[in-house]
Every structure is written in structure tokens, then in C-alpha cells.
Write a protein that binds this ligand. Structure first.
Ligand code: NAD
Ligand code: UDP
Ligand code: UDP
Length: 343
């Protein structure tokens, strides 16, 4: 069972040693910070399905209880409303640290809070990992490469990041989070795992998060023009969420620290993405050009050879296969929203 403990009691070592080959893996106690969000909730589904005990920590800034409601009532699942900027005491074996707004609209909304979440939140979760001997996985981002001068991006590339721009709270926050993880690893022997995630899409993305896939899909369903920023020639690589969840899991269970790029190497311009959305949802959708945002990276594409070789992982779902899988979820939520407004 899972108990919160008081500071007056020493930590119970979480690691009970490796499971010998041939004996089935014992049930783990796992924390997922940010587990009420888009990626976190899909990860929780996988862990619960595997039979683990899962504690979600979330402050519901961008996450929603609806994403987890199907686990309510399951004694192996616990949801704690908590802000990772504040310390917390728990006893677990593994920590998947996802808490942080991910879309530019959300992380720019309160940039100082974004930095605090990335720095103080990650520090607290590493302090927790150190105290209880838990393995810690950081969900970093392709944004650590900034507006990259190397293409595609390998993990060895140090990046081209503006330290004082509008995106810096996120980019530099994640870079610091990576530094903290490595310092706890080297200095306090914490078992860390670092994933650098590239743009990911799928069901349960926030409808209003301003990311390009959620914007285009919602716009096409609502019969609104697809808003292409700038000239639409900038590129991104889009990964379906189940591939990411498989990659995070493979990394956590591996013996490798990383960092590892987790993304789909298929590269699309925003104009090409708009075409795929049109093919998938509404061929009569139109395109409207808008000014681009500051410091928008011109291109992004992961080199995933390291994850392929060491984690035996690669994405399976192409953009044309994945997009249709999020459409019915978006249609249902847009319909409910409209009904709520009495439309
Ligand atoms: P999301 O916004 O859907 O989920 C983030 C979750 O963290 C939400 O449930 C939110 O309420 C919670 N949260 C935010 N600040 C918190 C705080 N201070 N304390 C507790 N909870 C807090 O985003 P997502 O797309 O699911 O991203 C999950 C993680 O993956 C993030 O760390 C993000 O930086 C990283 N990532 C995502 C992508 C992507 O394309 N989705 C790409 C790169 C990296
Ligand atoms: N921390 C936490 N839970 C724990 C252990 C630590 O939230 O179970 C927090 C702690 O409050 C501190 C941070 O993690 O702010 C770093 O902890 P650490 O022990 O590494 O550093 P110190 O407390 O010595 O600064
Ligand atoms: N973008 C766009 N239309 C939109 C939203 C975003 O053309 O409605 C562009 C944006 O300028 C960027 C790319 O899509 O070049 C990806 O943006 P997103 O916010 O999804 O993620 P980022 O990779 O920038 O974090």
C-alpha cells in the first residue's frame, strides 16, 4: 500500500533489488507528476494496465480530471492535487516527472511560474528520488535545441537557445532541469533517465492549447480556416502519443541515462500538415496566414538512432495513421462544448 510519511520517520528504501531473470517483475509503486495532462494520462493508462500502483500529482493548471476519470475507484490509483513547486513526501519506486505546461500559449501565460515549475519542481522531485532511492525520469524537450543549427538533431548537439526570449522560461527551464538531473545522478547517485520529447499529438490534447495539431484539427471540425503562422515553411516532426508512451516506458525500464530523443522523424512543413488535416477531416477547409510568433524554430527533426539502438524503440504510427485517431475525441469534446453553450 502507499502511505504518505512524516519527515520524522526515515525513508524506507524503495529499491528491493533486481528481480532475478525468469521471475516475473514485481508490482511497482509509481508517481506520475502532471499525470492529469495529455501525455501523463496516456502513460497512467499504460502503467495501470500493467498492474502497477500509480499516484498522480497534478495542480490542474492544464490537466483535467476527465482525463483520468476512468481510474477513479480503482484502489491502485490515487490522485493528489499538489503543486510540484512545493515539497512532498511519498514512498515509491519510480517517478515519471511530467509536470509542466507544454504548449507555448500555456507556458508563456505565467513565465515565472513555468521556470519555478521546471527548476523548483524538478529539484523537489529529485530530492524525493534521492531520499527514497527511486528511479527518476525527466520529460525534457526538443526545445533544448532551440532554433537548431544542426539538422536533424542528435543528442550530442548542445543547441541554439535564446536565454532572454519569450520561450526561454520553457527552453532554459528544461535545460536547467536536465542539469539538475545530471547533478543528482553524479552527486547523489540518483538513477535518472532523460527523454527529449519532440512534438506529440493525440486524443486528450487541450482544445485551446494553441499547438498546431490541436489548432488545425479543431479548426477543421469547426469549419474555420486553418491558421498557418508565418509562411508555413517551418518544419516539425509529429509523434503519435502511444509511440511516446512506449518510448518513455522503455527508457524508464532500461539501464541507460540518456538523454534520448523520442520523436517521429517524419518531417512536415506547416503547409503540408494543413494538407494532411484537410485530407483527413474536410477537403474544403481553407488556410489563413497569420504573423508568426517570436523565436519560432525554423526546423525540427529528431535523429533517433540512439533510442533505436539502445532502447530498441522507434515510432510505429505515421501522421496519416495517427491524425484520424484523435478526430473523434476532438469531435465529441467540441460537440459537448457547443451543447454547453446552448449552440
Ligand atoms: P500538458 O499541459 O497536457 O500536461 C502537463 C501537466 O502538468 C498538466 O496536467 C498540468 O496541470 C500539470 N502541471 C503543470 N504545472 C504543474 C505544477 N507546478 N505542479 C503540478 N502539476 C503541474 O502537457 P503534455 O503535452 O502532456 O506534456 C507533458 C510533459 O511532456 C511536459 O513536461 C512537457 O514539457 C513534455 N513535452 C511534451 C511535448 C508535447 O508535444 N506534448 C513535447 C516536448 C516535451
Ligand atoms: N524534497 C521533497 N521530498 C522529499 C525529499 C526532498 O519534496 O522526500 C525536496 C526538499 O524539500 C528540497 C528538495 O527536494 O527542497 C531537494 O532536496 P535535497 O535533499 O536534495 O536538498 P536539500 O533539502 O538538502 O536542499
Ligand atoms: N503554428 C501554426 N498555426 C497554429 C499554431 C502553430 O502555423 O495555429 C506553427 C508555429 O508557428 C510553429 C509550429 O506550428 O512553427 C509548431 O507550433 P506548436 O505551438 O505546435 O509547437 P512548438 O514546436 O513551436 O513548440
Amino acid at each position: 500500500t502507499i502511505d504518505r510519511v512524516s519527515t520524522r520517520f526515515p525513508a524506507i528504501p524503495a529499491k528491493l533489488g533486481r528481480v532475478p531473470a525468469g521471475i516475473s517483475r514485481r508490482r511497482s509503486r509509481i508517481v506520475v507528476t502532471g499525470g492529469a495532462g495529455f501525455v501523463g494520462s496516456h502513460l497512467v493508462d499504460k502503467l495501470i494496465k500493467r498492474g502497477d500502483d500509480v499516484i498522480v500529482i497534478d495542480n490542474f493548471f492544464t490537466g483535467r480530471k476527465e482525463n483520468l476519470v476512468h481510474h477513479f475507484g480503482n484502489p491502485r490509483f490515487e490522485l493528489i492535487r499538489h503543486d510540484v513547486v512545493e515539497p512532498i513526501l511519498l514512498e515509491v519506486d519510480q517517478i515519471y516527472h511530467l509536470a509542466c505546461p507544454a504548449s507555448p500559449v500555456h507556458y508563456k501565460y505565467n513565465p515565472v511560474k513555468t521556470i519555478k515549475t521546471n527548476v523548483m519542481g524538478t529539484l523537489n522531485m529529485l530530492g524525493l528520488a534521492k531520499r527514497i532511492g527511486a528511479r527518476f525520469l525527466l520529460t525534457s524537450t526538443s526545445e533544448v535545441y532551440g532554433d537548431p543549427l544542426e539538422h536533424p538533431q542528435k543528442e550530442t548537439y548542445w543547441g541554439n537557445v535564446n536565454p532572454i526570449g519569450e520561450r526561454s522560461c520553457y527552453d532554459e527551464g528544461k535545460r536547467t532541469a536536465e542539469t539538475l538531473a545530471m547533478d543528482y545522478h553524479r552527486g547523489a547517485d540518483v538513477e535518472v533517465r532523460i527523454a527529449r520529447i519532440f512534438n506529440t499529438y493525440g486524443p486528450r490534447m487541450c482544445l485551446d492549447d494553441g499547438r498546431v495539431v490541436s489548432n488545425f484539427v479543431a479548426q477543421a471540425i469547426r469549419k474555420q480556416p486553418l491558421t498557418v503562422y508565418g509562411d508555413g515553411k517551418q518544419t516539425r516532426s509529429f509523434q503519435y502519443v502511444s509511440d511516446l508512451v512506449d518510448g518513455l516506458y522503455a527508457l524508464m525500464e532500461s539501464e541507460h541515462v540518456g538523454p534520448f530523443n523520442l520523436g517521429n522523424p517524419g518531417e512536415f512543413t506547416m503547409l503540408e500538415l494543413a494538407e494532411v488535416v484537410k485530407e483527413t477531416i474536410d477537403s474544403s477547409a481553407t488556410i489563413e496566414f497569420r504573423p508568426n510568433t517570436a523565436d519560432d524554430p525554423h526546423m525540427r527533426k529528431p535523429d533517433i538512432s540512439k533510442a533505436k539502438e539502445l532502447l530498441n524503440w522507434e515510432p510505429k504510427v505515421s501522421l496519416r495513421e495517427g491524425l484520424p485517431l484523435m478526430v473523434s475525441d476532438f469531435q465529441n469534446r467540441i460537440l459537448n462544448e457547443d451543447e454547453g453553450k446552448g449552440v
